[in-house]
Design a protein around this ligand. Structure first.
Ligand code: SAH
Ligand code: SF4
Length: 369
């Protein structure tokens, strides 16, 4: 009989839990009970799973099976209600996960802002977005990103990706049937370079926690073969592509991954991506002063995106130590937006969240605030 390869329950799907209960001589339906307890009730320990008979709970403990929720090591609270969590796994590796009450103003889909978050406390929210990491560090080495400076520490297991969501929901005391939660896979790492674990996590979040795929967005720097793979998934998040440049020459400088898959290949994958009813592709574009933010660049973006049911999210660079670019002035951001809007492309300016605690896009890195 197949054995279960890990001692932590979080990350196991229903088939793997079935193997585990059969192995312990228990009936198959115990797998469903475990699944409900781990993902729906979000229990922290095996002892808490009251639907299981005591003897089985003891067996699990004897086999050193734990739920395996990651530990919240630190949290930094921003003046805008954003909370940056430092979340540690059993081997001591840690990543960052960000809680953004009211959504992040861009990924929720409408680009609107629900009031002034600065005036709200961390608990007064009616919807929230959790920004989840897929790897510890990142190997892609984009020139404007702080996470890149870490290099790749390691891939996260499916349970570690789900575990971030579970830990944050428990910390915030969120009941999923009441709170409106969106997930964005835009924390540390390139999700498509950890594709299998990432997709397994998505399925567990959908089936286990009950968060719909349509409430999730995955962002990629352009790992082209995986864009095609995502399009074939029966259950999947929405897709965002980090464009960040308007032509190959500029993108090769800013995002070395362009040397592997150029913009023609990237845009061909974007065009071929099978969108669902009312679904739009998102292009993200980090504006770097005097580098990729000219009116000419905006016109090139219009040509690239033409014919794709898409929206564009503009992000003025979040600066950080070791980043050699400047944030453009507001007028330049607005002028860039105008070119796209006039061409009929829905274009939103994403307000930085939690910049004071280094929680904003591209600022996620292990060192303290
Ligand atoms: N690795 C994936 C997802 C994480 S990065 C990707 O690159 O898409 C999430 C978003 O933050 C990306 O769109 C990226 O372009 C953007 N970003 C990176 N560094 C940034 C910075 N310093 N300021 C603003 N946005 C940044
Ligand atoms: Fe990695 Fe994304 Fe940062 Fe590029 S922008 S280094 S892909 S996390």
């Amino acid at each position: 009989m197949a054995t279960v390869p890990q001692s932590e329950l979080l990350g196991l799907d229903i088939q793997e839990l079935t193997v585990l209960v059969q192995d312990a001589g228990e009936p198959d339906y115990r797998a469903r009970q475990l699944f409900e307890a781990i993902y729906r009730q979000r229990v922290r320990s095996v002892e808490e799973i009251s639907t299981l008979p005591l003897a089985f709970r003891h067996t699990l403990s004897e086999r050193a099976m734990t739920v395996g929720q990651p530990r919240i090591e630190k949290q930094y609270v921003s003046s805008d209600g954003t909370i940056r969590y430092l979340i540690a796994f059993s081997d001591g590796q840690s990543v960052e996960t960000v809680w953004m009450p009211d959504g992040d103003g861009g990924e929720a889909g409408d680009g609107s802002e629900a009031g002034d978050a600065c005036e709200k406390n961390a608990r007064a929210w009616d919807r929230a977005t959790i920004c989840v990491s897929s790897q510890a560090g990142c190997a892609v080495d984009c020139r404007f990103c702080l996470t890149a400076l870490l290099g790749l520490r390691r891939n996260l297991a499916a349970g570690e990706i789900v575990g971030q969501v579970v830990a944050v929901l428990n910390d915030r005391g969120v009941a999923l049937d009441r709170g409106r939660i969106n997930l964005v896979f835009m924390g540390q790492g390139e999700p498509f370079l950890n594709y299998d674990n990432f997709m397994k996590a998505v399925r567990l979040l959908v089936e286990g926690l009950g968060i719909a795929g349509s409430r999730m967005t995955v962002s990629t720097s352009g790992i082209v073969p995986r864009i095609y793979d995502l399009g074939r998934e029966p259950v999947r998040p929405k897709l965002a592509i980090s464009l960040n440049a308007s032509n190959n020459e500029s993108r090769r400088e800013l995002m070395p991954i362009t040397r592997k898959w150029d913009m023609e290949q990237l845009m061909a994958a974007a065009r071929a991506f099978p969108l669902r009813l009312r679904e739009r592709l998102t292009f993200e574009y980090v504006l770097l002063d005097q580098v990729n933010d000219s009116a000419q660049a905006a016109r090139e973006v219009v040509e690239l995106v033409r014919g794709i049911r898409a929206k564009v999210n503009l992000i003025a660079l979040n600066p950080g130590p070791g980043i050699a670019f400047r944030t453009p002035a507001e007028e330049r951001v607005l002028a860039f937006q105008q070119v796209l809007v006039k061409a009929g492309i829905p274009t939103f300016i994403r307000r930085p969240r939690g910049r004071d605690i280094y929680a904003a896009c591209g600022q996620l890195k292990l060192s303290g605030a």
